[in-house]
Write a protein that binds this ligand. Structure first.
Ligand code: PLP
Length: 419
């Protein structure tokens, strides 16, 4: 029996009794109280971009905490939020002119879905249906689970979930079924919005699809006046090699969700950006048309200061060059796996690599994931395989030598597990 009162996320306490205490972090490394160093190969659930405790972000948090900790954001504003909004609208795809703050990726997607339905309600057109990709993951709240794929993650809550139209994930060689399904669904005239993770589906298994398919899905939505929601909670801020994944398809979504890397991963903050048309549909003398969403900490000044410092880093440091170097280092390490018969579907987009462990029953519940995770931790590497899918998504400061150690640890751990 555990002596801790804590209930950890996505954790089966019946199988995982010991949580590893972490006392410090720096760059790509975590450190336990007794000095054990662990390479953060998943950027602490995909949030850390530049590295842990970037000095400019740490400093901004300290300075802001000394001035203004928190203020209600209805009826009030403050410079850190204004500054983040000003910067955001200049770096996101064109046309996204309004910024709504929340606190997590899930809430940013909930806000997106509510904005979409509010838009249609306020413009007097009865559109309420949501379309989403198969294998999608958009979060763990009721609305985001509804938009996400159904499976073991949400089976217990199924009665609470709303029905969503499913569009097949575009296949590299044969994306036509995706386009046909989207076209048919959009034609019905009841679709409020289509939501997708651009270029790569994360928790669904690091499933990559190409930018031409993304562009075509966007084109179909636009042709039928369906709002296009890009969930860049994971892909935003450089993960796929460009600041935003949508850039690679030259598309501007109607609604964009950002979280994780928004503060460099230092502190929770999220935004949902939208077009003038969506904002304007909520502006009225009629209070009933208000966008009814808030959370207590909306646009927390300390979190906004961290985001502002993150933007400063992007402006003043060679972040894209670092991303390119990481991309090349990842590609180099991945090469050896391509000819290794234990692995298949070896793939990469930007800074993210993924591959399947052969001979393992696919699915998130594959026990091998837990065994592998433990063996890797024993070697000082934090990875969290999604069932038989192993992926590496390190902070941008990770070096080639560090990555080589990670991939060596993977090979050794797999040797042990398969023996
Ligand atoms: N959307 C995507 C694409 C994600 O990858 C995630 C989390 O991994 C979320 C939404 C939910 O974000 P959060 O865990 O911050 O609620």
């Amino acid at each position: 029996m555990s002596t801790s009162a804590l209930w950890h996320p996505f954790t089966q306490h019946g199988l995982e009794s010991r949580m590893l205490p972490i006392a410090r972090a720096e760059g790509a490394w975590l450190e336990s109280p007794d000095g054990q160093r662990i390479f953060d190969g998943i950027s602490s659930w995909w949030v850390i971009t530049h590295g842990h405790r970037h000095p400019k972000i740490v400093r901004a948090i300290q300075v802001q905490a000394d001035k203004l900790d928190q203020v209600i954001f209805a009826g009030f504003t403050h410079e850190p939020a204004e500054s983040v909004a000003r910067d955001l609208v200049t770096i996101v795809p064109r046309g996204l002119t309004h910024v709504f703050f929340s606190d997590s990726g899930s809430t940013s997607v909930e806000v997106a879905l509510k904005m979409a339905l509010g838009y249609w309600k306020n413009t007097g057109k009865p559109r309420t249906r949501i379309l989403a990709l198969e294998h999608a993951y958009h979060g763990d709240t009721i609305g985001t689970m509804s938009a996400g794929a159904r499976g073991v993650f949400n089976a217990s809550y199924e009665p609470l979930l709303f029905e969503v139209g499913r569009i097949p994930l575009p296949d590299h060689h044969h994306a036509q079924p995706t386009f046909d399904a989207l076209e048919i669904a959009c034609r019905k005239g009841d679709v409020a919005a289509f939501i997708c993770e651009p270029l790569i589906l994360g928790a669904g298994g690091m499933l990559i699809y190409d930018s031409a398919a993304l562009r075509e899905m966007h084109r179909i939505c636009k042709a039928h006046d369906v709002l296009f929601i890009a969930d860049e909670v994971m892909t935003g801020f450089g993960r796929t090699g460009t600041v935003f994944a949508c850039e690679q398809a030259s598309i501007s979504p109607d609604i964009l969700c950002l979280a994780k890397g928004l503060t460099g991963g230092s502190i929770p903050l999220a935004v949902t950006l939208c077009t003038d048309a969506i904002f304007d549909a909520h502006v009225s003398q009629d209070r009933a048309r208000t966008f009814f969403h808030s959370s207590s900490y909306t646009a927390n000044p300390i979190a906004c200061a961290a985001a502002a410092a993150n933007f400063e880093i992007w402006k003043t440091e060679p972040v894209l060059e670092r991303i390119l170097a990481l991309e090349q280092a990842q590609a180099f390490c991945l090469n050896d796996l391509r000819t290794d018969p234990r692995f298949s579907n070896v793939r990469q987009i930007g800074t993210i690599t993924a591959f399947e462990l052969n001979g393992i029953q696919p699915g998130y519940l594959a026990v091998v994931a837990l065994t592998l995770r433990a063996r890797l931790l024993g070697r000082g590497v934090l990875l969290r395989p999604l069932g038989s899918t192993i992926y590496v998504m390190p902070p941008y400061c990770a070096t080639k030598a560090e990555l080589q150690d990670v991939y060596n640890a993977v090979r050794e751990a797999v040797d042990e597990v398969m023996a």
